[in-house]
Design a protein around this ligand. Structure first.
Ligand code: BGC
Length: 717
C-alpha cells in the first residue's frame, strides 16, 4: 500500500507537468509569443526592485510569473533596497577550495535566500573558462580547467535547485572577454571548443541538470551563440540531455528573434515588445515553425512546475548565509608564500597598510555585485580579536577612504560604470617616515592590495594586472622598513583574478590571496593568518611570470582595440593549450602553478591503487597529515595520455577530491573515479580514446605531483 502511495506521489509532478502541453495547443500565437518574451524592466512592481527580469504571467493558462535575480556571489538586490542579502566569496574562491561539498553548501545557502526573497531563477553560476587574466568577469567564473569548473558548478546548481529555485549557468558559450561582448566573434577550433569551452558546461549539465541556462551575447565562429541550433539544441539537448529552458543574455544587441527561438532559446530576456511582434509575424509568414514556439512554451510551463512554487518576498535568516560565507572565504583562500611568518602569534600590535585593510572589496561589480548588510574589515577583525592596529595608520586610511569615496561619488569618478559600478579607491603614497615609525612601534605589518572588476569592461595591464608605482613603493617600503627592524610583513591579496606577482613575491614574508571573499572577508583573513583556520585552498588557474607568457596574451583585447582583431573577432589560436595545459606541455616557468597552495601542516601520499573497470578507472590513495596542525588536503589526478596521433597536453586534470579535516597523524583514503570516456579527445567530428599507456600523476599542484601510477588501455566502449 505504502509503495503504491509513494509511486503516486512520485508521478504527481510529472502528471501536472504533462497536463501543460495540452493547454499550449489552445493558446493563440500572440499569447505564446507573450509567454516566451520576458517582461520589460519598466513593468516590474516596485517590491521587486533589484530583480533582473521576470517571465510574463499568463494566468488564464495557469502560467505564473517568475522573478529572475543575479548573481554569481549571492542574491543581488537593488543597491537602494532596504533589504540585504549575503555576499558570498566569488567563484575564484569557491574553485580554490577544490571542494564540491563546499560549492554545494554555497549554492544551498544562495538558494535558501533566493527562495526567501521570492526569486524563481538565480542567474548563476558563471562558468566560462578563465582564458585570459584580463577578462573583466573572471571573478564570476571558476577555473582555466573545465573539469574543476564544471564539477564545482554542478554541485552549486544542485545546492540552489534543492530550494525550488532554478539555477542558470551562464554564459553559453565562449564569452571569454567583455570588450565588445555583444558582437565579438570567438573563433575557436572544434577540438578546443569541445574539450575546453563546451566541456565545463557539458559536465555541469550532465551532472546537475540545471533547469535553465543562459546563451551568451557573443558570436561563435561567425554566428551569434544565441542563434546556433546545433549548439543550443543539437549539443545541449540532444547530446547532453538538457531538459531545462535556455534564456538569452540581456539583449544588448539586436538579434534575429525567429532564429533565436528556432535555435532553442525558450525565453528572450529582458524582453522587448517588438520581439512579440517579430515572433507572431515569423510564425504567420512561415519563417518560424509554430512547433518551435509550442516547444518553447511547453518548456516554460515545465520550468514553472519546477520553480514556480508560490512564494512571497520575505525575510530569510541571513545568519545562515553568513556562516557559509565565512567558511567558504576561509576554505577558498590560497596561501601563496610563507617564509615562517605564519601563523601569527595572537595579540600584540600590527600595522595595517593598504586601502583594502580598511575597505575590503567583498564582491565584484556589475551583475556579480551583492550588497550585504555589513562587510567584515581586516583591521577591525584583528582589533576585535585583541590585536592593536596602528592608530596613526588607522586614522589616516579611514579618512582617506571616506574622502576618496566622497570625491568619487560627488565628482562621478566611478571606474566601472554600468549604473552598478563600484568606486575603486587607489592606494595613497605614504612617506617613509610614517612607515618607519610604524615599523618601530608595531610587531608586524599587513599590506592589503586590491583589484576591482565587473562586466562590460576588461581589465588593463597598467595599474591593474601590474602593480601601480604607488603599490610597488608601498610593498617595498614596508618590507624594507620592517625587515630593518627584524619584523615581518604579510601581503593580503583582495583581487578579482590574476595579477602580476613574480617581480615582488620574494619581498614580503608571506602572501595570502583571499580573492573577493564576500562579506566575512576580514574575519576569514584573521582566522587564516593566526592559524585559527589552516589554509587549504589551491589555485584554480595559473599565475604566470608575466602577462605575455599566457598563450592567449596577444589574442585578447589587452591593448583596448576599438575595431578589427580582438574586437570584432578574437582568434583562439592557443587551441586546447589553455592555462596549465600550455605551461606544463611547453615547460614555461610560472610564478604559481595551477593547483598550488600552502598549508600550515604537511601531507604524505601512499598506497596508490588504480582499478580498471569497464567504464571507469577508480583511483585511491591514502593521504596522511604528517604535520603538527589539523588541516584539509586537495587531491588531483592528472593524466598524461598517449598521443593516438594527436597533439596532447603533458597532463590534464581528470579527477579531484578533498579530504575531510585531518588531525595530526590522521589519514584518509581518498577515492576518485575517472570515466574512461573522459580520457578521449575530439578529433574528426568524434570523441576518440587513444590506446596505450596512461600515466596518472597524483597531487593537486600541476607542477609537483607527489605520486604516480600507470595504466594501459586497450579499448574503450
Ligand atoms: C549579464 C548577465 C546577467 C544579466 C542580468 C547581463 O548583462 O551578462 O550575466 O545575468 O545582465 O542582469
Amino acid at each position: 500500500m505504502n509503495r503504491i502511495l509513494v509511486a503516486i506521489l512520485l508521478l504527481l509532478p510529472l502528471r501536472l507537468a504533462s497536463e501543460v502541453p495540452h493547454g499550449v495547443k489552445s493558446m493563440s500565437v500572440e499569447d505564446k509569443a507573450r509567454a516566451v518574451v520576458g517582461l520589460q524592466r519598466k513593468l516590474f512592481p516596485p517590491t521587486n526592485n533589484g530583480i533582473a527580469g521576470r517571465t510574463a504571467p499568463l494566468p488564464q493558462y495557469g502560467l505564473p510569473t517568475l522573478a529572475l535575480a543575479d548573481g554569481t556571489a549571492g542574491v543581488r538586490l537593488s543597491r537602494t533596497a532596504p533589504e540585504r542579502s549575503t555576499a558570498f566569496p566569488d567563484n575564484n574562491a569557491l574553485a580554490s577550495s577544490w571542494d564540491s561539498s563546499l560549492a554545494w553548501e554555497a549554492g544551498d545557502a544562495v538558494g535558501y535566500e533566493a527562495f526567501g526573497y521570492g526569486v524563481g531563477v538565480m542567474l548563476a553560476p558563471g562558468i566560462n573558462i578563465i582564458r585570459n587574466p584580463l577578462c573583466g568577469r573572471d571573478f564570476e567564473y571558476f577555473s582555466e580547467d573545465p573539469l574543476l569548473a564544471g564539477r564545482l558548478a554542478a554541485a552549486y546548481v544542485r545546492g540552489i535547485q534543492g530550494h525550488s529555485v532554478a539555477a542558470c549557468p551562464k554564459h553559453f558559450t565562449c564569452n571569454n572577454q567583455e570588450t565588445n561582448r555583444g558582437r565579438v566573434d570567438a573563433r575557436v577550433d572544434e577540438r578546443a571548443f569541445r574539450e575546453i569551452y563546451l566541456k565545463c558546461f557539458e559536465i555541469c549539465v550532465r551532472e546537475s541538470h540545471p533547469w535553465a541556462l543562459m546563451s551568451s551575447y557573443n558570436q561563435v565562429n561567425g554566428t551569434p551563440a544565441q542563434e546556433q541550433y546545433d549548439i543550443l539544441t543539437g549539443l545541449l539537448r540532444d547530446e547532453w540531455g538538457f531538459d531545462g529552458i535556455v534564456m538569452t543574455d540581456w539583449s544588448i544587441v539586436e538579434h534575429n528573434t525567429a532564429a533565436q527561438i528556432h535555435a532553442g532559446n525558450e525565453l528572450l530576456m529582458p524582453g522587448l515588445d517588438r520581439q512579440i511582434d517579430d515572433i507572431v509575424e515569423a510564425v504567420r509568414s512561415g519563417v518560424l515553425p509554430e512547433e518551435d514556439l509550442d516547444k518553447a512554451v511547453e518548456r516554460l510551463f515545465s520550468l514553472a512546475s519546477r520553480a514556480g512554487t508560490p512564494r512571497e518576498p520575505g525575510h530569510p535568516d541571513l545568519a545562515r548565509g553568513a556562516a557559509v560565507s565565512r567558511k567558504a572565504a576561509t576554505e577558498g583562500a590560497v596561501l601563496l608564500q610563507n617564509n615562517g611568518m605564519l601563523p601569527l602569534t595572537e595579540g600584540g600590535s600590527a600595522a595595517f597598510f593598504g586601502v583594502r585593510s580598511y575597505d575590503l572589496i567583498a564582491t565584484g561589480a556589475g551583475s556579480g555585485y551583492v550588497k550585504p548588510a555589513y562587510i567584515s574589515q581586516i583591521y577591525s577583525a584583528f582589533k576585535d580579536a585583541g590585536v592593536q592596529p596602528d592608530a596613526e595608520l588607522e586614522e589616516l586610511y579611514l579618512k582617506y577612504v571616506a574622502f576618496t569615496e566622497a570625491d568619487i561619488r560627488i565628482n562621478e569618478k566611478v571606474k566601472i560604470h554600468l549604473g552598478i559600478g563600484l568606486p575603486f579607491i587607489p592606494e595613497m603614497p605614504l612617506s617613509r617616515t610614517l612607515i618607519d615609525k610604524a615599523a618601530e612601534r608595531d610587531d608586524y605589518a599587513v599590506v592589503a592590495l586590491g583589484r576591482s572588476a565587473g562586466e562590460g569592461v576588461d581589465r588593463s595591464l597598467k595599474d591593474d594586472y601590474y602593480l601601480s608605482e604607488t603599490e610597488k613603493d608601498l610593498v617595498s617600503g614596508v618590507c624594507e622598513a620592517f625587515h630593518a627592524k627584524g619584523k615581518k610583513v604579510v601581503v593580503v591579496l583582495n583581487i578579482c583574478g590574476v595579477i602580476e606577482t613574480s617581480s615582488w613575491k620574494d619581498l614580503p614574508d608571506a602572501i595570502l590571496n583571499v580573492w573577493f571573499p564576500g562579506q566575512e572577508g576580514g574575519v576569514a583573513v584573521l582566522d587564516l593568518l593566526t592559524g585559527r583556520a589552516n589554509p587549504s585552498g589551491r589555485l584554480p588557474m595559473t599565475f604566470a611570470n608575466d602577462y605575455f607568457d599566457y598563450p592567449s596574451a596577444r589574442d585578447f583585447p589587452y591593448d583596448h582595440p576599438t575595431e578589427g582583431r580582438n574586437y570584432d573577432y578574437t582568434d583562439y589560436t592557443e587551441g586546447i593549450y589553455v592555462g596549465y595545459r600550455h605551461f606544463c606541455t611547453r615547460d614555461v616557468p610560472v610564478c604559481w602553478p595551477f593547483g598550488y597552495g600552502l598549508s600550515y601542516t604537511s601531507f604524505s601520499y601512499s598506497g596508490v591503487k588504480v582499478k580498471k573497470g569497464k567504464t571507469a578507472l577508480t583511483v585511491s590513495v591514502t593521504v596522511k597529515n604528517d604535520g603538527g596542525r589539523s588541516g584539509k588536503e586537495a587531491v588531483g589526478v592528472y593524466v598524461s595520455a598517449p598521443s593516438g596521433g594527436l597533439s596532447k597536453p603533458a597532463m590534464e586534470l581528470k579527477a579531484f577530491a578533498k579530504t575531510g579535516e585531518l588531525a595530526p597523524g590522521a589519514s584518509e583514503v581518498v577515492t576518485m573515479e575517472i570515466p574512461l570516456s573522459s580520457l578521449s579527445s575530439f578529433s574528426g567530428g568524434k570523441w576518440v580514446t587513444a590506446k596505450g599507456e596512461y600515466t596518472l600523476h597524483i597531487g593537486a599542484d600541476a607542477s609537483n605531483p607527489v605520486a604516480q601510477a600507470k595504466v594501459s588501455i586497450k579499448s574503450v566502449k
